[in-house]
Design a protein around this ligand. Structure first.
Ligand code: 13P
Ligand code: SF4
Length: 356
């Protein structure tokens, strides 16, 4: 199988790196400023019948606030399911753009806000809809499976949307039906799925700038220093890093591993925002960030997604107060994408992966 034609152009890859490096994180706040903002946000949520749907990678204050106010902190699959089932009038998505778009596509009647609409994802950026549509058109006999980390326009081209929480099950289901598959955009997750299922897919070659930085050489050294530590890896990481893992899975799977395994020490190869939930569920366990730099390279992400870091208490309060940062999706695109999104949710509910 030739994957050359799927490679993302070097120019696009460097543009993504440039964008990631230019992102401004939220400035740190003092304790009293934090408390004042939390009080303001709580009142705004109540007055607007609004809920926070947050990802495990955002700032710990936002995760705590979501939990305290009847919202949710979850992986991207559960975020989509929670939003679709919520009876709030407004949902504030603390995460990245594709999560906001997914919420809007599933609940067009709700107002979906985000603290910063510029919070994107390198996988989304690395899979432009026009080029992807051209590629799919060249392989009309293939079922198109796209990761949730894509634009609404890419989802509108797809037959199925998956997340790391259901990709294995859905690809296995398609394999049983004898389908040929186009997979986009994450090359490492695609490679891991191929190895797990034994199916060969035509793969787009996108990557996550955070997980792509985890390094084998240093991870091996860390394992030697901490011989009792178990290694937890998100499957957006490179294959040689995954090969060193004791547990591979979505953010939810990794959190569950820390909670349920008897081991006391874990090396975690995913965004360090996840430590909030891990530490909450297992306060006495020791968590170490997997190494992200090799001997020569400079770290682009340092195990923290620059776009997730754009979410903070101040811009969360601002978007609620001023009703700004509204996520809008073209109706024709939404209707096309809804089929693949609903199929994903229905499959996941029937498989017991999320609540019915
Ligand atoms: P999860 O679906 O596992 O939450 O992952 C989303 C993501 O963006 C990981 O980088
Ligand atoms: Fe995208 Fe990676 Fe950030 Fe997840 S961590 S949102 S895949 S850039």
């Amino acid at each position: 199988m030739s994957q050359k034609e799927l490679d993302i152009p070097t120019q696009l890859a460097s543009r993504i790196d440039e964008l990631a490096l230019s992102v401004a994180c939220q400035p740190p706040l003092g304790e009293s400023a934090k408390e004042a903002l939390k009080t303001e946000i709580k009142a705004l949520l109540k007055a607007q019948n609004a809920q926070i749907v947050a990802h495990f990678y955002v700032d710990a204050d936002l995760q705590a606030l979501a939990e305290e106010t009847g919202g949710v902190v979850a992986d991207s699959l559960e975020m989509a399911n929670f939003g679709a089932q919520s009876d709030a009038d407004t949902i504030v998505v603390c995460g990245v753009r594709f999560m906001g778009e997914t919420a809007k596509m599933l609940s067009p009647e709700k107002t979906i806000l985000m603290p910063d609409l510029g919070a994107t994802c390198s996988l989304d950026l690395g899979c432009p809809a026009e080029e992807f549509a051209e590629f799919c058109a060249e392989h009309p006999d293939h079922t198109v499976v796209v990761y949730a980390n894509t634009s609404a326009e890419v989802k509108a081209i797809a037959d199925w949307v998956v997340t790391s929480g259901n990709a294995l099950q859905i690809v296995n289901h398609l394999k049983e039906q004898g389908k040929k598959i186009i997979w986009a955009p994450d090359r490492h997750l695609g490679d891991w799925i191929e190895k797990q299922t034994g199916i060969e897919m035509l793969r787009w070659q996108g990557h996550c700038i955070v997980h792509d930085e985890f390094k084998t050489f240093e991870l091996e050294a860390m394992k030697k220093e901490h011989p009792n530590a178990k290694v937890l890896v998100h499957p957006e990481s490179p294959a040689d890093v995954i090969a060193l893992a004791d547990v591979v899975g979505s953010t939810k799977v990794l959190i569950n591993a820390v909670k349920t395994m008897d081991d006391q020490e874990f090396i975690v190869a995913t965004d360090l925002g996840i430590f909030y939930k891990m530490q909450q569920l297992a306060p006495n366990k020791k968590l170490l960030v997997a190494p992200t730099t090799d001997r020569e390279a400079a770290c682009k992400s340092c195990a923290h997604c620059p776009w997730m870091a754009m979410n903070g208490l101040q811009n969360l309060a601002d978007c609620l107060k001023n009703r700004t940062g509204e996520v809008l999706v073209d109706e024709a695109v939404r209707v096309k994408a809804l089929g693949s999104l609903n199929k994903m949710l229905e499959f996941s509910r029937n498989a017991g992966l999320v609540k019915k």
